[in-house]
Design a binder for this molecule. Sequence first.
Ligand SMILES: [Zn+2]
Length: 200
Amino acid sequence: MAEVRILIEGYAKEVDGVEYACSSVTLVRAGQSNILVDTGSNRELLLEALRKEGLRPSDIGIVVLTHTHLDHCMLVGIFENAVILDGDSVYSFDGKISGHEGKVPGTDMEIVPTPGHDQFHCAVFVDTKEYGKVVVAADVFWWPEGASQSTDEASVLSLEDPYVKDPNALHASRKTILDSADYIVPGHGKPFVFNRDTIA
Ligand SMILES: [Zn+2]
């Protein structure tokens, strides 16, 4: 079964009037593959986190991008041996593009369309022994640094997203994820256990 490690806990913050944003970066080891979901934008943090896992960028075989906002995808070019997946396609560094069937190739990991924050946003669903069903949800759920992170259903369904493109689609995407997730990795903020016992 797949193993999940959070390499970077995503952040979005303002320091002295300057904005900083880097997405969460999640490593999944599944079968023979080292898979990253999103790359973030902080090169130093990412390289250091990979080093701690005993990995070089060239050891990553697949990168899934949840959407193409630069704070999530900026470092994709350093993974020279990887194929790059988005919500519907597989890209390689010779420019080849092919489709995928909603799965990360060679694994049971699902790539599920979750539009709203961005029209082409997707999330990655991974079954694990340690955490149950992990959903790397990216910006379907995110918090700026310092915000109180309430994770009951009502709070996460009504989270403000100042960058939302389609609020109704975002709400539906949140429901899709909450319906099956045990553990959620947000785009920015702390990963959280989704506890269905708190559902009214
Ligand atoms: Zn983001």
